[in-house]
Design a protein around this ligand. Structure first.
Ligand SMILES: [Mg+2]
Length: 387
């Protein structure tokens, strides 16, 4: 097989369709680090670190990276560590990255996905084939309503449902009265057939407040309540007290966290990411541990550009445990946008062709590597200087 000979980092900033916020977020989404990996045959693979400095695990035990930090870690430590390696040797890739620097899962995930893309292109197979196969050919999309005004949420919910969306996630964790009201209004707007879930991003200060708030929301029908409070122990208190399944997100970064969640019976659902455990190889371990315990999963992300989102899509395609609809964008370049809102967070994207969105789901790309070409002219257009 070929060898990795070059790694370049590129900081990009995509323009957003509307402001997209959640509890704790302090900087606009879409300012992310791309990895462009080259092999000795001249092939190129792409990866992305959707680095968010203010997103993390409970009690500071994990934390996001800023774009500047991810760039530094990739350039100074990870690029030299993996130079000369065969892109398909993911075990060795992780061993080398981990022996060079502890932590920094966003930076590692970006390098690793570029290697998956490169290996898939070299072998002529899609990334999900390298992860074990194709558990599903469509990935149903959950549309996420950020912290926006209730009337705005009402209008957007009705619009995305008319475009095929079957599951809507509502960001909450701010003020119980507002949070219950937004669930009521969105339920009225979309009718009984659409599934609703709420994500507190650890925003409720006590399990008791979370329990009272979610119980009031249950009158409007909830599919699950995601991370209402901080901490596995607190989450377990909420999970025991409500009928709605609890999803662990900030509490579930890697496979070991899921073992703790199982021990404490803290959640019935785990949200897996490509970034939290440091890449697809590790994300498949998270999914395997969850599956062994009967925990179901979705794939969740950080509103990646098309590059990082294709990592999410291939993970969702390959992981048998990922039976729930996924909070992923429908990455669509401007040329293919026609005023739709379902899964659209950016006005443009970095991939040459739009993801195929049919009946509320993204069709998994079957081409080599990530399956859709990166548009290098767009990468140049949205490139910004590191700060
Ligand atoms: Mg979440």
């Amino acid at each position: 097989m070929s060898k990795i000979v070059g790694i370049e980092t590129i900081l990009v900033q995509l323009p957003t369709r509307r402001e997209h916020k959640w509890t704790g977020l302090t900087e606009p989404i879409g300012r992310y680090v791309l990895v462009k990996m080259t092999d000795d045959q001249g092939r190129i693979g792409w990866g992305e670190a959707p680095a968010l400095k203010d997103w993390g695990g409970e009690f500071g035990r994990y934390f996001g990276e800023s774009p500047a930090i991810a760039t530094l870690v990739i350039e100074r430590y990870l690029a030299p560590a993996v130079a000369g390696l065969e892109p398909g040797n993911f075990v060795d890739l992780h061993a080398r990255m981990d022996s060079m620097v502890k932590g920094y899962p966003y930076a590692k995930a970006a390098v690793e996905f570029a290697a998956y893309d490169l290996a898939g292109r070299a072998l002529g197979v899609p990334v999900h084939a390298l992860l074990g196969g194709c558990a599903r050919k469509q990935v149903a999309v959950t549309h996420s309503l950020g912290l926006i005004a209730i009337d705005e949420a009402e209008a957007e919910a009705a619009k995305v449902v008319s475009e095929g969306i079957r599951t809507i996630k509502i960001k909450v964790g701010v003020d119980p009265k507002r949070d219950i009201e937004i669930v009521r209004v969105v339920r009225n707007a979309v009718g009984p057939a659409v599934e609703l879930c709420v994500d507190g991003n650890e925003g409720y200060p006590t399990p008791g407040l979370a329990i009272r708030t979610i119980r009031a929301m249950e009158a409007y029908g909830l599919k699950y309540a995601e991370q209402p409070v901080m901490g596995i122990e607190q989450l377990a208190l909420v999970a025991r007290a409500i009928d709605t399944p609890v999803m662990a997100d900030e509490s579930a970064w890697n496979a070991h966290d899921v073992i703790q969640i199982i021990e404490k019976r803290a959640a019935q659902i785990v949200s897996i990411y490509t970034t939290k455990p440091g890449g697809l190889y590790r994300a498949m371990e998270v999914a395997a541990v969850a599956r062994a315990a009967g925990i179901i999963c979705n794939v969740n992300g950080s509103v990646e550009t098309g590059v990082g989102n294709l990592a999410n899509i291939h993970l969702a395609a390959a992981a048998p445990a990922a039976v729930l609809s996924c909070v992923v964008p429908v990455s669509t370049p401007v040329e293919a946008q026609h005023g739709q809102a379902a899964g659209i967070y950016y006005k443009d994207d970095l991939i040459k062709t739009a993801m195929r969105f049919v009946d509320g789901a993204i069709e998994v790309p079957m081409g080599p590597g990530m399956g859709i070409e990166v548009d290098e002219a767009k990468v140049a257009k949205y490139r910004v200087e590191t700060k």
